[in-house]
Ligand binder design. Structure first.
Ligand code: SF4
Length: 319
């Protein structure tokens, strides 16, 4: 399943079956806080980076295989526990020109809601906005209001400017009838000045997302100088933004049913996508921590993964 990962525990989406639409780090941005590493293909060109029919086949096969274990199924997880099919992955999913077709086709085979996680960089493109209209939830990020902050935090493709992106977001809000959660990633000393935060507040009242999610650097960033805001500071900004704003809480959910086969490979597939903690793997795969440690030690010994420490928390990364 080249294009599928998870279900992974998500702080916002519950258990999310990830669908990866573009090759690793194909993105119009190179954010200093990115947990995936440096952007290797910085582009705004939309094309079928990964073949849409093959992606759809992987989604369909995953859903078909997802049978409850107590019914004798051999699937990796119970279908009931997938809260969202999430178009996202290891780059910017809206770069894939097949995204509209995929949303339409996935809707034909499942009633599970579809979410799109995007950096919002291409929403100025009217045809893309049209393609996203059938999604149930779109989560665009917006990390800056002013141009210099935009460049500092997102290191964007040279053709982009923040006004173009903000205009696209406003247009999208007018056209899209389903749910929009606007995510703001706050980085200490970069986009958290009083002036920028006040500008954010004004802009939010113009864009009118259903919710605003405040996030900060909780996983190891590409640029080691990107630091998180304290919870107190995040809460202060949340209160300033108003009632539809929330700080994304730590993930807490009941465990997934146990996997039936090839546990080590399932763990590796998770780790390949992004650095994860023992709790993340535990929540996602429903495997006891003591059991997990055996697999992790074995994968470390065979040089497939490595352990890193960030802000006192241990993460497992793919090597
Ligand atoms: S938009 Fe997302 S994938 Fe692209 S560089 Fe930023 S954090 Fe990484």
């Amino acid at each position: 399943m080249k294009y599928i990962y998870g279900p992974v525990p998500s702080r916002r989406l519950g258990f999310s079956l990830g669908v990866d639409l573009v090759p690793y780090k194909t993105c119009p941005f190179d954010c200093i806080y990115c947990q995936l590493g440096k952007t290797t293909n910085k582009t705004v060109t939309r094309k079928e980076y990964s073949t849409k029919e093959k992606i759809l086949r992987d989604v369909a096969e995953t859903l078909a295989a997802s049978q409850p274990l107590h019914c004798g199924g051999k699937g990796r997880a119970t279908d009931k526990k997938i809260d969202y099919i999430t178009l996202a992955g290891s780059g910017e999913p809206t770069l894939n020109s097949g995204i509209g077709w995929l949303i339409k086709e996935i809707k034909k085979i499942t009633q599970t809601s579809i979410a799109v996680l995007t950096n919002g960089s291409l929403l100025w493109d009217k045809s893309l906005r049209q393609e996203l209209l059938l999604a149930d939830l779109v989560v665009p990020s917006l990390d800056a209001v002013t141009e210099n902050v935009f460049k500092s935090i997102n290191c964007p493709h040279q053709s982009l400017d923040i006004n173009k992106i903000i205009k696209g977001l406003k247009e999208f809000r007018k056209e899209f009838k389903n749910t929009i959660w606007l995510e703001i990633m706050l980085v200490k000393g970069v986009n958290d000045s009083k002036e920028e935060i006040e500008k954010f507040k004004n802009l939010i009242s113009e864009i009118r997302p259903d919710k605003v999610h405040l996030n900060t650097v909780v996983r190891p960033p590409t640029d080691k100088s990107a630091h998180p805001l304290s919870i107190e500071k995040l809460e202060e900004i949340r209160d300033f933004f108003g009632e539809n704003c929330e700080v994304i809480a730590e993930f807490k959910r009941e465990k997934q049913a146990d996997f039936s086969e090839d546990i080590e490979q399932a763990i590796i597939e998770l780790i390949k996508r992004r650095p994860v903690t023992l709790s993340d793997i535990n929540n996602s795969l429903g495997i006891h921590r003591n059991e997990l440690i055996k697999y992790l030690e074995s994968s470390e010994k065979s040089n497939r993964i490595k352990k890193t420490n960030y802000e006192g928390v241990t993460y497992y990364e793919y090597k």
